[in-house]
Design a protein around this ligand. Sequence first.
Ligand SMILES: *[C@@H]1O[C@H](CO)[C@@H](O)[C@H](O)[C@H]1NC(C)=O
Ligand SMILES: *[C@@H]1O[C@H](CO)[C@@H](O)[C@H](O)[C@H]1NC(C)=O
Ligand SMILES: *[C@@H]1O[C@H](CO)[C@@H](O)[C@H](O)[C@H]1NC(C)=O
Ligand SMILES: *[C@@H]1O[C@H](CO)[C@@H](O)[C@H](O)[C@H]1NC(C)=O
Ligand SMILES: *[C@@H]1O[C@H](CO)[C@@H](O)[C@H](O)[C@H]1NC(C)=O
Ligand SMILES: *[C@@H]1O[C@H](CO)[C@@H](O)[C@H](O)[C@H]1NC(C)=O
Ligand SMILES: *[C@@H]1O[C@H](CO)[C@@H](O)[C@H](O)[C@H]1NC(C)=O
Ligand SMILES: *[C@@H]1O[C@H](CO)[C@@H](O)[C@H](O)[C@H]1NC(C)=O
Length: 805
Amino acid sequence: MATAEQLSLRVFLPCFLLVAICVRPPLSRAAARASDTVSRDQPLSGGHRLVSKGGKFAVGFFQPDDTAPDRWYLAIWYNKISKHTPVWIANRARPISNPDSSELTISQDGNMALLDRLQSTIWATDITSNTSVSNSTVGIILDTGNFVLVPSSNTTDFLWQSFNEPTNVWLPGAKFGRNKVTGHTTRIVSWDSSVDPSPGYYTLLIDPDGSNQFIHQWNDSEIYWATGNWTGSMFTGMPEMASYPKALLKYEFVDNDQESYFIYHINETILTAMFLMEVSGQVKGVAWLESAQDWVPFFAVPKAQCSVYFVCGSFAMCTENTFTFCSCLRGFNKQYEGNWLYGNPRGGCTRKAKLQCGANSSRNTEIDGFYTLSIANLPDKASTSSIVAASADACKQACLNNCSCVAYFYDDSCSLWYGDLINLVSPDGSTGHVIYVRLAASEFFSGSTKTGKPLAVWALTGGAILIAIIVIAGVLLVPMKKIYNKRNKIEGCLVVFSFRYLRTVTKNFSEILGRGSFGSVYKGILPDGTLVAVKKLDGLSQGEKPFRAEVSTIGTIQHVNLIRLLGFCTEQSMKMLVYEYMPNGSLDRNIFASTPVELSWNVRFQIALGVAKGLSYLHEGCRSCIIHCDIKPENVLLDASFKPKIADFGLAKLVGRDFSRVLTTMRGTVGYLAPEWISGTAITPKADVFSYGMLLFEIMSGKRNSAWHQQKMEFFPVLVATRLQEGGDIKALFDSEIMQDANLHEVGRACKVACWCIQDDENTRPAMGEIVQILEGLLDIDLPPVPSYLQVLADRSKFSSYEAS
Ligand SMILES: *[C@@H]1O[C@H](CO)[C@@H](O)[C@H](O)[C@H]1NC(C)=O
Ligand SMILES: *[C@@H]1O[C@H](CO)[C@@H](O)[C@H](O)[C@H]1NC(C)=O
Ligand SMILES: *[C@@H]1O[C@H](CO)[C@@H](O)[C@H](O)[C@H]1NC(C)=O
Ligand SMILES: *[C@@H]1O[C@H](CO)[C@@H](O)[C@H](O)[C@H]1NC(C)=O
Ligand SMILES: *[C@@H]1O[C@H](CO)[C@@H](O)[C@H](O)[C@H]1NC(C)=O
Ligand SMILES: *[C@@H]1O[C@H](CO)[C@@H](O)[C@H](O)[C@H]1NC(C)=O
Ligand SMILES: *[C@@H]1O[C@H](CO)[C@@H](O)[C@H](O)[C@H]1NC(C)=O
Ligand SMILES: *[C@@H]1O[C@H](CO)[C@@H](O)[C@H](O)[C@H]1NC(C)=O
């Protein structure tokens, strides 16, 4: 029983945001001691910890993996943040088995040292001894997160400091670069997996060749990304640095005789943030968000996960914008499932069936075969065959003739790959190449090879490993009474459903309610009669990222105009979200119905107001700002009394209150996208305001904005804006049936608001809070100008597509 629960927690602990809310601190034995200093007389051991003067950082022992009870590390972590976040580890490659019998102390030569049970040195600082200071050095944890070794007579004389030897995190205020006198170079190196801090493959360091740029390196050999040289205000490869708000993030590059380094400072009154090298080889800037109780990335290089060298290992395909991003090629299985679970798929994949090897013409059926694989770029390490193959067939034969040849590509010349295939990336749209991958003959003749469905999905539904109980999130971690006293409304935590339970509840996913951007939605009935909507996310394509975004966003907030998430299910590749059921379905089915009279003006206006209130809450009401990023009629649902609720937070971006811009590569839906999305600049809540404006036109007119264009009529929003300017009859522009009972003041206000929302310059668009007041008639606004951007777009017929990206 206990193992089953542990198993299911193990599955989502590494990848799953919300669980963090419930995770207890690593050692609750933190006793009365709260010194910031370690000395020979006061060594550190067991559950004790050092705490910096201001309480910001702590030093102590921790355990990254509950399932490996004998692996402990001496670390610095954020003391005031609910999610245990180590920022430095002394013994990352040499865990100790028991913190109670180990100690951090000052050794005879004045160095700080971590000693294990047998008093052997696991880790130590490396200052050269000087007898006059060595009997009086102490270690102090500072409020900057720097752990320093100083003479007790002068605590500003840093003999050694952790800032010079970072692990995977580069904290604000730490110099990152090269000391030209000692030759020391600072570097951050990824963890090997999300539960193993030992050094992984990926390193960030200043260019060893002496130029003023930083490089990302794989296995100390392949450089897979570089910042470009420092120009005096930014790195050439990172022009977006110019747009970072200076009040929040200050940085400089210093290059003199002694040293060259980059340093940054975060305004801590606003934000807690840091940079780190991820297990997956990206350097990320992350900021702590209280509302999400998690670190949220605001920066990543390289931007594309798949441009990280070797990120998926051998014989695996990398697909951008998916959370697990790696998958094995056809005919291959994951090498070590465990590593994949913990965010390290670099073991890659191995063949299911051994190659037959060698063309044996007398037994034709046993010759290995090839299948075509579309990829974005040709994989690394091709040998262009010395035999100039005259044809694709000769190229194929050349590959078959050598046992270690695994793939070929023919394009006038013949390229062959030997050994492993690495760095395969899914083609993005139409561009790409086709290579031929070698598989054993048996892979082509055994049973059903026709579908593209991964076998794993079927194996799962087959149910050998399903746990048929409802596990409550944090059952192991949160006191039981708290959960049972409140039945459905568990504060902060959501219900975790098992796959089998949801399959029963939805009668084997028989009643489909609709298809959203990331999967299908099914109707379900809980045993107590409550109706729910179960959204099954598309595991194959874009499932994981929206899943995380959705749970971390909507899972933590509540408002009458926002859909309520009741729980979720995450069993391996299955991702499902469970919502309250909305009897009237999505807004598009109601407002674009063939008989528009079903929704009177009054109802439409209340819907528009409700959506505005929901958005206003998202933007301004929660502790941190949330941008929905995909406001459109499909994402607004109606309850039994036609009250609107905003849904589908799969694209939502969390933004710290003062961190007003967030860089993003995500896209919403064409036709509702603000110009700043298309121009590629940063996104603010005003992007939602734009989409809301477009939605408001559709709510009022009962027609798609695009429909007007397709029918060769003037683009509706432009028509309304022009009519307002001319002071003409607005009502005449709308369907007379909808306008039957219309309050003309409301129509006027709604038109004006909608036109202001879709202005080119985001600064002239009103905030959602203002929009609510204007619609309610509490605030007045001027006549809006005609937005020129839309006129241009309308001319260029850009508004014909409504496909989700
Ligand atoms: C040792 O420290 C003393 C006092 O701080 C200093 O005068 C002396 O030069 C140091 N010796 C070495 C070898 O660094
Ligand atoms: C340092 O301490 C050791 C033992 O505690 C002592 O033997 C030695 O004389 C001390 N050295 C100095 C310079 O104080
Ligand atoms: C303490 O050390 C710092 C850095 O080495 C030095 O600048 C300062 O003068 C020292 N103070 C005293 C009182 O020795
Ligand atoms: C960066 O600077 C180095 C010299 O400092 C120079 O050799 C190199 O070409 C520069 N790189 C680029 C991309 O400008
Ligand atoms: C990484 O580099 C080391 C040393 O150069 C080498 O032995 C090892 O095979 C490399 N790892 C991989 C996966 O190529
Ligand atoms: C930090 O932010 C606060 C609030 O915005 C501001 O008053 C203060 O001047 C900022 N500090 C720095 C050093 O920029
Ligand atoms: C080819 O097949 C024949 C008949 O089965 C067998 O005798 C021979 O050893 C095979 N040759 C190779 C290279 O596998
Ligand atoms: C196959 O190709 C590899 C790599 O080019 C080469 O080292 C090996 O000798 C070849 N084997 C045969 C049997 O041709």
